[in-house]
Design a binder for this molecule. Sequence first.
Ligand code: J9N
Length: 270
Amino acid sequence: MRIDVVTIFPEYLEPLNISLVGKARARGLLDVRVHDLREWTHDKHNTIDDTPYGGGPGMVMKPEPWGEALDAVRACGEDREPVLVIPTPSGRPFTQELAVELSQRPWLVFAPARYEGIDRRVVDEYAERWEVHEVSIGDYVLAGGEAAVLVITEAVARLLPGVLGNVDSHRDDSFAPGAMADLLEGPVYTKPPLWRERAIPEVLLSGHHGRVARWRRDQAFRRTAANRPDLIERCDPAVLDKNDRALLAELGWTERADKRFGRAVPSMEE
Ligand code: J9N
């Protein structure tokens, strides 16, 4: 995969040199190129922003440098059009599903904005030629899109073939399509067996695979109910077994257990 990032803060993208993304690049699985937007300005102050038409606070990024930058990136290489990804709090939510979708594209170009955003005509112009995604990484406001580029790139890079050790690593990801009933992952433990007088839950030492699986599923439900009740609400009743329904009832989902989870599904142990 090739990734281009056009930014006024190229140093902000330095983390792409290390860790999983850095290793993927070193191994030739990922080609990342970071460009300074100011290279495509022509005035002596390298102006990239101006006041908004119609008034209002803040500054808007001018269209000309973006147009020249994106055309130059496009001209440098590939016989296909890239996918343009623009981080913005008003974009489509970035989810594991979108990460999977983007990981299947050969070429992504990121356009992180500063200030109050980029002149709308840039998005409209490139949307006529390229696939364009305006993407939000969450309901909070950053000072610029660069941190979002790091987030999206890491989520995408770890899905590329050969980047993670084994293919199985993805299957249990919380939010991975097909993960256990769309639940959050439960707690994990490793050596030593006793740390600061804290033991490992005995079931994990039991060697009883059925009981371990049941316990993990219960933990996942407890954590999901506590941190993401919305995931429980929209979970398909058909994926719940008798134990799940009993646990959810115990956790206070009693009414819904009556209404929605009343269906008989064979339990894991049966
Ligand atoms: N999700 C999200 C994106 C952003 C920004 S601010 C400027 C560009 C992108 N904030 N929050």
